[in-house]
Design a binder for this molecule. Structure first.
Ligand code: NOJ
Length: 580
């Protein structure tokens, strides 16, 4: 039986987003309309043809809400407005309408594990211990027997994701507040029903305005173990790993079911995707089982951790077998119940062509191979701005070129701990989030057509060769290849709904799998090698007369080639098989 036949959709038919492709816009770096060097909503409005031509169905917009921008908008000070740096609410209304007119949907980023420390809720909460909003955040006294504000007096030993302890001392009210990210991003207390009600109301407000769903930031962190126990010490340092006590915590499913019931239920055409670091396949099945009414899909992190050592800054070479084992496990785990999201890139990940491909001589070939492999999996693909152009990591010269709070804090901490500055920088060049955040390269002109001013983060100098204008009408471009992949998903039910079988799991340089739906079978091959490779499949002869559905070789696969792949080649073959 094929996966689509076995999957249990309550209505009997798969939801619309099973055939959709989502495009992520990181507005700061997308397109600047007013010359201040920061992208904005009018810049996005001016570039909608690009998305339309690509053929995507949904735009996920990273945060545009009012924010002090400590974490580029993931620190929100007002949930129901637009930051002037990005435009106005009227611009956002225009964007909703313009996208809908073109048949696209808009998914907003929902950042409700924490707010900005400048949010009115936090201002009230920190104003006094008696304030009605005190309990909206996680406040705790110093560890017993210690003096607040001194090292080690934090209520527990958790480290934050952005270096240093996860607690900040508030002298005025004599307690600590919890922040899993920076001290300017205090965590909301989701055990407080007033917090939940305020979030539900805000979400309904956006849906009533016309948005089509939410990408929920670190949503598996909202339920903490109320005891807030110490975590195991992180490699020898004083800080502990609190993740067992805040990832997928005790009330997470209850909270998400409540969100569904209070906000989503009764509305149609929406998409909800939860960002979930550390989520396991088994948990993801629970989160995305339609019968449980929690989320449509989650972003898992396993496959983007395969090249991490003890931390993300310890970069390991890619072992393709591990990547396949991971993605294969997720395909299998969510085959019957739930649904996968598929991604290589977003605003937090280095550029995939620099990470798993070859961003030199085979940049176009490897970018299109990586795209093919990902988009032919079962799940909903997410394209991150610039990925469709094969944009690469950036050549950061020194620490002064970095802007990202995570990177800047890491450098300070690592160097203060005695790390060699050059080695620390070398790792940052490979994995810093700023790699994803350099401006979109629209053309070969000044500042790549991103801005008429000075960009907030330097444009990658390779914009002279890599840019949208050069690719739009080139049938062999990365852009053209993404367009073909997106069209395939729309046109061929086997791409969206066919079952998935991983092949050659032990091959160190070939990614191979089968998809099957009814009487159609696809063979997807991707080479992760800079040399020629032969694909040793037991049923190779059965593919001899198959149709080449897609190739990333200019001119296509030469006649009679057999299952031998050129460097970084991707090939999708199709054949008719007997009905099962
Ligand atoms: C995940 C977001 O993707 C990332 O950019 C942000 O820094 C953290 N959550 C905190 O909101």
């Amino acid at each position: 039986m094929s996966a689509s036949q076995s999957a249990s959709w309550p209505s009997g038919t798969p939801p619309w987003w099973t055939t959709a492709v989502v495009y992520q816009v990181y507005p700061r770096s997308f397109a600047d309309s007013d010359g201040d060097g920061i992208g904005d909503l009018r810049g996005l409005l001016d570039r909608l043809d690009h998305l339309d031509d690509l053929g995507v169905d949904v735009v996920w917009l990273s945060p545009v809400y009012p924010s002090p921008q400590a974490d580029n908008g993931y620190d929100i000070s007002d949930y129901t407005d637009v930051d002037p740096v990005f435009g106005t609410l009227a611009d956002l209304d225009e964007l909703i309408e313009a996208l809908h007119t073109r048949g696209m949907k808009l998914v907003m980023d929902l950042v409700v594990n924490h707010t900005s420390d400048q949010h009115d809720w936090f201002a009230a909460s920190r104003s006094s211990r008696e304030d009605p909003k005190r309990g909206w955040y996680v406040w705790r006294p110093p560890r017993p027997g210690t003096v607040g504000g001194t090292p080690g007096a934090e209520p527990n030993n958790w480290g934050s994701f952005f270096s240093g302890p996860a607690w900040t001392w508030d002298e005025a009210t004599g307690e600590y507040y919890l922040h899993l990210f920076s001290d300017r991003q205090p965590d909301l207390d989701w055990d407080n029903p007033d917090v939940r009600a305020a979030v539900h109301e805000m979400m309904r407000w956006w849906l009533d305005r016309g948005v089509d769903g939410f990408r929920m930031d670190v949503i598996n962190m909202i339920s903490k173990d109320p005891a807030l126990p110490d975590g195991d010490l992180r490699d020898g340092g004083p800080l502990g790993d609190g993740s067992p006590y805040f990832l997928c915590g005790p009330r997470i499913h209850e909270h998400l079911q409540e969100v569904h019931c209070e906000v989503v239920a009764g509305r149609t055409g929406l998409l909800t995707v939860g960002e979930m670091p550390g989520v396991s396949v088994d948990e993801a099945v629970l989160f995305t089982d339609p019968a449980r009414a929690e989320l449509d899909m989650v972003f898992q992190f396993e496959h983007v951790g395969v090249d991490h050592g003890a931390t993300k800054w310890d970069v390991l070479p890619l072992d393709l077998r591990e990547l396949k084992a991971s993605l294969g496990r997720w395909q299998e785990g969510l085959e019957k119940t739930g649904w996968n999201s598929l991604y290589w890139n977003n605003h937090d990940q280095p550029r995939v062509v620099s990470r798993f491909g070859d961003n030199g001589a085979f940049r176009v070939r490897s970018a299109t191979m990586l795209a093919t492999v990902l988009h032919l999996h079962r799940g909903t693909p997410f394209v991150y701005q610039g990925e469709e152009l094969g944009m690469t990591n950036a050549p950061f010269a020194s620490i002064d070129d970095f802007r990202d709070i995570e990177s800047v804090n890491h450098y300070a901490e690592a160097v203060a701990a005695g790390g060699d500055p050059e080695r620390v920088l070398a790792a940052m060049r490979r994995v810093s989030r700023d790699n994803a955040r350099t401006p979109v390269q629209w053309d070969a002109g000044p500042q790549a057509g991103f801005t008429t001013g000075t960009p907030w983060l330097p444009v990658n100098p390779n914009c002279r060769e890599i840019n949208a204008a050069a690719q739009r009408d080139d049938p062999d471009s990365v852009f053209a290849h993404y367009r073909r992949l997106i069209a395939l998903r729309h046109e061929l039910p086997v791409v969206a709904h066919g079952d998935f079988t991983m092949l050659l799991p032990e091959s160190p340089d070939v990614y191979a799998f089968r998809r099957r739906l009814d009487d159609v079978e696809l063979l997807v091959l991707g080479s992760f090698s800079g040399g020629r490779v032969s694909v040793e499949l037991p049923d190779a002869s059965q593919w001899a007369a198959s149709e080449v559905l897609l190739s990333n070789l200019p001119g296509g696969v030469p006649e009679g080639r057999g299952l031998v792949l050129e460097p970084w080649e991707a090939r999708v073959l199709s054949r008719a098989v007997g009905e099962r």
